[in-house]
Design a binder for this molecule. Structure first.
Ligand code: 13P
Ligand code: SF4
Length: 325
């Protein structure tokens, strides 16, 4: 374990420390890989072998040598891990926990769109169910969305692209690429990022006039227009590494990212754009549920299963993204 992790573990309540040391011991003994999204709570981040954004974690799964992988994130991420690695045992230590944005998009909405708009390519945000992905031409994440949409438009020469389920990311892609976008469904959003307002930015800028504002592209376009930098969760986490001269930041994404940045750069200041930016689905995974999962690693209690036909069809759209980017 990284010695700095030990330091942060010691700062947690004793009950969490006990759970962490049990998990670390069992993880070694049972040869389990733990992957965690950047929004996971601090304790879960500290037991993970790798932290990342959707694309980084998806790629890590492909290269994993361990047979058992615990995925601490939301359901679509664990499903993507399974689709990319059908021979591995993927364990998801939460039952339910679907990303609220993914829940907006039902597969029938895409079928209906396709009937009305034959020939229009469908690009789906990775934050969608495996069933919805079976109807996509290609998948994208927040870090490659603009490039993937540009790529598919160049390949097909289509007059517009269908994109779902995030209206805000869709508006951002449209602005950055100049390509007309139909959003399915038109109101799809992430409640954590959609609540950012221009007022939040004015307030934060007044409190921290020297700070650099980093925002995730799931925020509304009028808020993104005020940002100094827009990127995926991992791109936001890397930004201070690339800019050592900047000492103060305002962070416009889920609170787990702000917490990770504070651990990585204790000498710098990180203030959340809105303190209530908390993803409850992500936070439903706890140290207790990870420990329960690792203790049951030889059983099917938390195992992710995907129907054979859904697996095959969603594989094409996900693999295409990995090939392109
Ligand atoms: P990232 O791929 O940027 O981590 O985004 C995932 C997500 O759910 C953001 O809310
Ligand atoms: Fe889904 Fe929003 Fe949570 Fe990300 S922050 S996992 S988009 S609900």
């Amino acid at each position: 374990m990284d010695p700095s992790s030990e330091y942060f573990i010691r700062k947690l309540p004793e009950i969490d420390q006990e759970l962490i040391y049990q998990i670390l011991e069992l993880k070694k003994e049972k040869n389990v890989l733990i992957l965690a999204h950047n929004y996971q709570c601090e304790g879960v981040q500290l037991v993970a072998d790798l932290l990342g954004d959707s694309l980084g974690l998806a790629k890590k799964v492909i290269k994993a040598t361990q047979n058992d992988i615990i995925f601490a994130g939301v359901r679509f991420m664990a499903e993507t891990a399974k689709v990319l690695n059908p021979n591995k045992r993927i364990h998801f230590p939460a039952t339910g926990s679907l990303c609220d944005m993914a829940a907006y998009l039902k597969a029938d909405m895409i079928r209906e769109y396709k009937l009305k708009n034959p020939g229009i390519p469908v690009v789906l945000y990775i934050n969608s169910t495996a069933e919805s992905k079976t109807l996509a031409d290609i998948v994208c994440t927040s870090s490659n969305a603009v490039n993937i949409v540009k790529y598919i438009q160049q390949q097909t020469n289509a007059p517009k692209i269908a994109f779902g389920p995030d209206k805000n990311l869709g508006a951002y892609i449209c602005k950055m690429s100049g390509i007309p976008i139909d959003i399915i469904p038109p109101h799809g959003n992430c409640y954590v990022h959609d609540k950012y307002t221009i007022k939040d930015v004015s307030k934060a800028r007044k409190q921290h006039p020297e700070a650099t504002l980093l925002i995730h592209p799931e925020a509304p376009l009028e808020v993104l227009d005020l940002a100094d930098y827009i990127g995926s969760t991992s791109m936001i986490i890397h930004y201070p590494v690339e800019h050592p001269q900047i000492t103060s930041y305002i962070i416009g994404t889920e609170i787990g990212v702000t917490e990770q940045l504070r651990r990585n750069h204790p000498e710098k200041t990180f203030s959340p754009l809105n303190e209530n930016a908390i993803c409850t689905a992500m936070k439903s995974i706890t140290l207790k549920s990870i420990l329960d999962c690792i203790k049951n690693i030889d059983s099917d209690k938390f195992i992710v299963e995907i129907q054979e036909d859904i697996m095959k069809k969603s594989q094409d759209a996900i693999n295409k993204m990995i090939e392109v980017r």
